[in-house]
Design a protein around this ligand. Structure first.
Ligand SMILES: Cc1ncc(C[n+]2csc(CCOP(=O)(O)OP(=O)(O)O)c2C)c(N)n1
Ligand SMILES: [Mg+2]
Length: 284
């Protein structure tokens, strides 16, 4: 177990006081330390929002790109250097709306990426508009008569898209969340952790107490390999909301399937002058 303090960066936080992103940050540090992953062995990919600022507060590698484009960047990083632990981090808007298309196809491809979605059911950074997971009827600045749209069930979508690891955590229980994140990091393929996160400033409906009254841990005998049962749990929302690994499927990760990557990470492969000349010759 490494010391959690080695990941601390000097950057000043731009989150609201009392934000549950602090609890998620603590859980990420705890998970990395528990797996003995040193800061130089991990690379984050994130976009725009409050959630994607999390890697700013860690002393690890980071590519901070465009809103909704977290997963294509993460996939590129993994294929260029599959020796790295790649963690993609973002919000529910970033991942399920602007990046919704990438979300579905990244799961189908199954690169070895851990994907942490801070699901506060709201657009936090832009001051509280509805996101794909906002409750029906939610009143916001842009939906003064209530949200008309049906909320998305990200874990059900993940199961439909053959996601090889689909889990749900709660920022209000950071020890359980840290364990879940550690299991997601250890998983060889694409691992989604949808993290229920109260937004203390813009979501006055889904508060800490709202989640606390509903969340429960999956029973020890629950079998995440049973797809039909996993669908039922992924759709369970309202009175009771399950936490834990909802679905798991054995699939080879994308980087293990590509013959080009068999000799080792691309960045370590020397292309050589002869091969370069041959390739350039094809464009004459
Ligand atoms: C292509 C694009 N569309 C919209 C925006 C404006 N924008 C920035 S962050 C954001 C939503 C943030 O919500 P979420 O991803 O849930 O993250 P949170 O702030 O809640 O953590 C939006 C709409 C943008 N920067 N780029
Ligand atoms: Mg959000």
């Amino acid at each position: 177990m490494l010391d959690v303090n080695i990941y601390k960066s000097e950057d000043q936080s731009a989150w609201c006081p009392g934000c549950y992103n602090f609890a998620i940050l603590k859980a990420v540090r705890q998970a990395l330390a528990s797996l003995d992953i040193a800061p130089h062995q991990v690379m984050f990919s994130s976009g725009i929002g409050q959630a994607p600022k999390l890697p700013h507060y860690l002393k690890c590698n980071l590519f901070n790109g465009l809103h909704g484009r977290t997963l294509p960047v993460a996939t590129g990083i993994k294929l260029a250097n599959h020796g790295l632990q790649v963690i993609a981090e973002g919000g529910d808007g970033d991942g399920y709306a602007e990046g919704g298309n990438h979300f579905v196809h990244a799961m189908r491809r199954n690169p070895g990426i851990t994907y942490l979605v801070h699901d506060n059911q709201i657009y936090g950074l832009t001051k509280g508009q509805t996101s794909p997971t906002s409750e029906k009827g939610l009143v916001t600045g842009t939906t003064p008569f209530g949200n008309y749209n049906a909320p998305e069930h990200p874990l059900a979508l993940a199961i439909a898209a053959e996601c090889s690891f689909a889990a749900r955590g709660f920022a209000g229980d950071s020890d359980h969340l840290a364990e879940l994140i550690a299991q997601a990091i250890k998983h060889p393929g694409f691992a989604l952790v949808d993290i229920l996160q109260p937004c203390v400033t813009f979501n006055k409906l889904n508060t800490f107490q709202w989640y606390k009254d509903r969340v429960y841990q999956l029973e020890p005998e629950y079998d995440p390999a049973d797809r039909q049962k996993a669908f039922a749990r992924a759709l369970e929302w309202g009175e009771r909301i399950p936490l834990g690994i909802i679905y798991k499927k054995d699939r080879l990760p994308l980087e293990n399937l590509l013959p080009q990557l068999k000799p080792g990470p691309l960045i370590k492969q020397s292309i050589g002058m002869e091969k370069r000349k041959e390739l350039a010759g094809q464009f004459r």
